[in-house]
Design a protein around this ligand. Structure first.
Ligand code: FB9
Length: 507
């Protein structure tokens, strides 16, 4: 029944009778099965001073399911056993026969009780233990107690304490305790409770009903609802930190919004030979639809210069001396590094009339490599590019020192000679981790080769220094995540996203 209805039933009863003697009896009278529903309404009305409650403690015996079953059977198990044994006085039976006739449960319980009451005994004179009656008639007193309780649970009229204790011990009855209430009118009694309004509305003001309207008091102790909101993924927090570092160093972000790239921009423009293992399907995701990039996207004069460079070199280079295939350069792929974007940007810079520039990119790249706990077939590459007149390795080392200082990795930085197809010289970058107590690889770097820059039209004397690292590695270390699947992919727990701390990096 609705709480509102219960409330009006209670208020009308108190209004008509002046009080309710007992809420439990009242609930029964109104066919309200759940007394607790009434109690909830009484407590609410009392909190608004509509009524006054006087608590009463109640106890009553209640038959258990087992007790109820004996009442329905009309006899306790002991009485049933005596009746069966009395009927076979001339041809006594054993307990086994009784179990067959009465059922094991009744026979076991009844035999034990009947023996205790000396209603029956065991006769072994025939060699086999037989159950025989010891009295002519019995009185099923336990049944009488069950009947008395059923008739009057509150007082169990006609029974005594010992009998009730015995019945409770046999788990045929249980003592129930509950509270009920005497209800009388309170200082603010009314036949109907007008819910106090929570808002002052324009209608109340216009009609003037606010004058008689009761308003709910402000509860200054309650906490406001915590507004749910969006949460930033740890990778995006670290990306923001990288962006801040690059922009504070005067770098411009490159447009990286194309995951699909031609082999030309991803490899050929970088002077990466067409036989290079990295260009094999085991390392690169090639597209089948569309499998080919349209040539008109690649300026024909530039394409010719790249072809020449690969085949016969130029600008001091001897090239690779192989027959360069334009079809190979048209193969579409998922970019394997954001250096493909750097090559597009540098070509555009040269074509628009070179001027010194600093670019950066942070975006997804894809490699067809074996995956493990810390590697997926994709990751976010972070790349920095600086181009200017007379740049040399010292400038690269300097910008790396400044960049990694801002990541908090610059106190001990070392550089190790390395190889990349499109940079010469190249260096791997290492930082000493006090926490891990070892040197940690934190990136790769180099100076783009003239074989890459000159065909673009980048002028002689201008060099380009560049470096790269990943977003996942620093994020996993900063957030203590050891399995990349807990950071990236469909298994990421949204709770982790909700709970993760602010990203604090270096400076
Ligand atoms: O990120 C890497 N390590 C790293 C970086 C930061 C860091 O910070 C922690 C808070 C303390 C911790 C670790 N690495 C590069 C090094 C290794 O993790 C390496 O095992 C994995 N590398 C990726 C590529 O692996 C297939 C990281 C990724 C990487 C490597 C090279 C480049 C970019 C990303 C590059 C480049 C480049 C070179 C020359 C010119 C232009 C770009």
């Amino acid at each position: 029944m609705e709480e509102q209805n219960l409330e009006s039933i209670v208020l009308k009863a108190v209004g008509a009778e002046g009080s309710i003697q007992d809420s439990g009896e009242f609930a029964q009278r109104c066919n309200i099965e759940d007394h607790n529903a009434i109690v909830g309404v009484l407590k609410s009305l009392e909190s608004y001073d509509f009524i006054v409650l006087k608590e009463r403690s109640n106890t009553a015996y209640k038959l258990t399911e087992e007790g109820q079953s004996y009442l329905e059977a009309g006899a306790t198990p002991e009485a049933q056993v005596f009746t069966a044994v009395r009927a076979r006085v001339s041809d006594p039976v054993g307990i086994g026969e009784l179990k067959k006739d009465l059922g094991a449960g009744i026979a076991d319980v009844g035999f034990k009780q009947a023996m205790q009451k000396k209603w029956v005994a065991i006769d072994k004179s025939s060699g086999k233990p037989l159950v025989v009656p010891k009295v002519e008639v019995i009185e099923d007193t336990a049944l009488a107690v069950l009947k008395a309780i059923e008739n009057d649970p509150a007082t169990a009229q006609g029974t005594n304490a010992s009998e009730l204790q015995q019945m409770t011990k046999r788990k045929l009855v249980a003592l129930k305790k509950w509270s009920s209430y005497e209800v009388t009118k309170g200082p603010k009694f009314a036949l109907e409770r007008k819910k106090p309004a929570t808002d002052l509305t324009a209608e109340m003001i216009q009609k003037g009903t606010w004058k008689d309207q009761e308003f709910k008091e402000y509860n200054f102790d309650s906490f406001g609802l915590i507004p749910d909101g969006g949460y930033l993924h740890p990778l995006l927090k670290v990306r923001t930190q990288f962006r801040k570092i690059f922009t504070n160093l005067g770098f411009e972000e490159m447009p990286t919004n194309n995951y699909v790239e031609s082999s030309f921009w991803n490899f050929d423009a970088l002077f990466q030979p067409q036989q290079h293992p990295a260009r094999d399907a085991h390392d690169t995701f090639f597209l089948t639809k569309p499998s080919k990039a349209s040539l008109d996207k690649i300026p024909s004069d530039y394409l010719a210069r790249v072809k020449d460079m690969h085949e016969s070199g130029g600008f001091g280079s001897i090239g690779y001396g192989y027959s360069w295939s334009v079809e190979e350069s048209q193969k579409n792929l998922l970019r394997t590094h954001t250096t493909a974007v750097s090559s597009r940007m540098l070509y555009k810079l040269a074509q628009d009339g070179f001027k010194p520039a600093k670019y950066f990119s942070i975006d997804r790249v894809f490699r067809n490599e074996s995956i493990d706990r810390t590697h997926l077939a994709e990751f976010h590459q972070v790349e920095g590019v600086v181009c200017g007149h007379g740049l040399h390795l010292g400038h690269l080392i300097g910008i790396l020192q400044e960049f990694f200082n801002r990541l908090g990795l610059g106190s001990k930085l070392r550089f190790k000679p390395a190889y990349n197809p499109y940079t010469e010289p190249s260096m791997e970058i290492f930082s000493y981790s006090e926490e891990l107590g070892k040197w940690m690889e934190v990136g790769n770097s180099g100076m783009f080769r003239p074989e890459m820059l000159r065909p673009m039209g980048i002028p002689e004397g201008v060099n380009v220094i560049a470096w790269g690292l990943s977003l996942e590695r620093p994020t996993m270390i900063l957030y203590g995540i050891d399995n990349i699947r807990d950071l990236f992919g469909h298994r990421v727990s949204l709770q982790t996203v909700r709970n993760n701390a602010l990203c604090r990096m270096g400076m």
